[in-house]
Design a protein around this ligand. Structure first.
Ligand code: PMP
Length: 427
């Protein structure tokens, strides 16, 4: 399908913005071709510059759980804008949002607002180190925690070697205290804690991973994480930037029945505006300046307009929880995808939790980055573009989760399935 206006906009952007985009995933590197330039969004739909309409299964990579331009969020933002856009001084909306977050996620007794998930994850790492007086941070291959130097790390050659930088510009010194393990690998975790448990400040993970495509944790893995961090005095840090307020009012931690020491948030808590946050037990959070010695600050942190958008979003989620509906819609969609792919003998896996899901083009069950990488990305690309041409906007990489929103209806799911049936038939 020709999209000349998006094409022209992309060429223009490439002259003044590296790669034409302000965040790499938007450039469609995983699927090739020209990214769509968006003119506007409403409810479950995105509209591109060329006037095409798409059912949106990205939702800005997670925040738009209520759909675009939810009337209550729009009203709250408009009201806030008229009271000034930034004060450089505290306002009550910050406490109101903090109270709401802490009431919905009881592991958090205190929370500090920042402006992105990256900032929240970076600050959580500093807090874990400052609180424990230790340096080592453990993360898992395939989990993304933003572009924090210490977390832009590839696994070393064996599970127990220290991480190596995965981007030019990250000095080895920044990653020498980060250990990368395989997700769901209990033995590697046990081995690491057995040899270096007393050096580990914190273990950070996505409790359900969205960033290698959707991957769920095994019960044994979670049990081991809990047990080992308790035994060795390391902080368990859940990065719920994607899962927070998406999988349940209390996030993945509510579903899993685990109270992490520190939680990293973003996306939904800003209702589509730039917000991140990190929080946990008061005793830990009181280490943050000015309550304690661990420095962290931000000119636009707790921005009143962003706070208003986040508050309106979380209140709507609390008062009219869409979670059962989201689960049903997503199940209907994923069941249909499985049925069509099976009928066509296409090797595939559907991983899903609530409204987060991924169709992997592989016959191998996907439980970590290595198994995710067995996917046929060429097949995924053809499926992606075929869906796009049928008005369905899916994540532009095999290694990203799709998101269903509360603005989707059963009829829209059926429209999507019809498109998927045609797209899979063409593969
Ligand atoms: N953590 C997770 C789990 C994420 O998915 C992301 C972004 N996709 C981040 C952190 C970084 O958030 P941001 O892009 O707001 O910096």
């Amino acid at each position: 399908m020709p999209r000349p206006k998006s094409q022209a906009a992309f060429e223009r952007a490439q002259k003044v913005i590296p790669g034409g985009v302000n965040s790499p995933a938007r450039a469609f590197g995983g699927v090739g071709g020209t990214p769509l330039f968006i003119a506007r969004a409403e409810g479950p739909y995105l509209y591109d510059l060329d006037g095409h309409r798409y059912l949106d299964y990205i939702g800005s990579w997670g925040p738009m759980i209520l759909g675009h331009c939810h009337p209550k969020v729009v009203a709250a933002v408009l009201e806030a804008v008229h009271n000034g856009s930034s004060y450089g001084a505290p306002c009550e909306k910050e406490s109101e949002l903090a109270e709401l977050i802490c009431s919905l996620m009881p592991s958090m007794e205190m929370v500090r607002m920042v402006s992105s998930g990256t900032e929240a994850a970076m600050s959580a790492v500093r807090l874990a180190r400052g609180y424990t007086g230790r340096n080592l941070i453990v993360k898992f291959a395939g989990c993304y925690h933003g572009h924090v130097d210490a977390l832009l790390v590839s696994a070393g050659s064996s599970a127990l070697t220290l991480g190596v930088p995965s981007s030019p510009g990250v000095p080895a010194g920044c990653t020498q205290d980060t250990v990368v393990l395989r997700y769901n690998d209990c033995q590697a975790l046990r081995d690491l804690f057995a040899t270096r448990g007393n050096l580990i400040a914190g273990v950070m993970l996505e409790p359900f991973v969205g960033n290698m495509g959707l991957v769920s944790p095994s019960k044994e893995f979670l049990d081991e994480l809990w047990k080992l961090t308790r035994r060795h005095g390391s902080l368990l840090i859940f990065d719920e930037v994607m899962t927070g307020f998406r999988l349940a009012p209390g996030g993945a931690q509510e579903l899993l029945g685990i109270k992490p020491d520190v939680t990293v948030l973003g996306k939904i808590i800003g209702g589509g505006y730039p917000v991140g946050a990190y929080g946990g037990r008061a005793e830990v959070m009181k280490k943050i300046m000015p309550a304690g010695p661990v420095f962290q600050a931000g000119t636009l942190s707790g921005n009143p307009v962003a706070m208003a958008a986040g508050l309106a979003t979380l209140k709507e989620l609390r008062d009219n929880p869409p979670y059962a509906q989201l689960d049903q819609l997503s199940k209907r969609l994923c069941d249909g995808l499985t049925q069509f792919a099976t009928a066509r003998n296409i090797p595939h896996q559907i991983n899903r939790i609530g409204s987060m899901w991924t169709l992997f083009f592989t016959g191998t069950p996907v439980v970590d980055l290595d198994t995710a990488k067995t996917s046929n990305t060429e097949k995924f690309s053809r499926f992606f573009w075929s869906m796009m041409d049928r008005g369905v906007y899916l994540p532009c990489s095999q290694f990203e989760a799709a998101f269903t929103s509360a603005a989707h209806t059963p009829e829209m799911i059926d429209t999507t399935l019809q498109a998927a049936r045609e797209a899979l038939n063409k593969l």
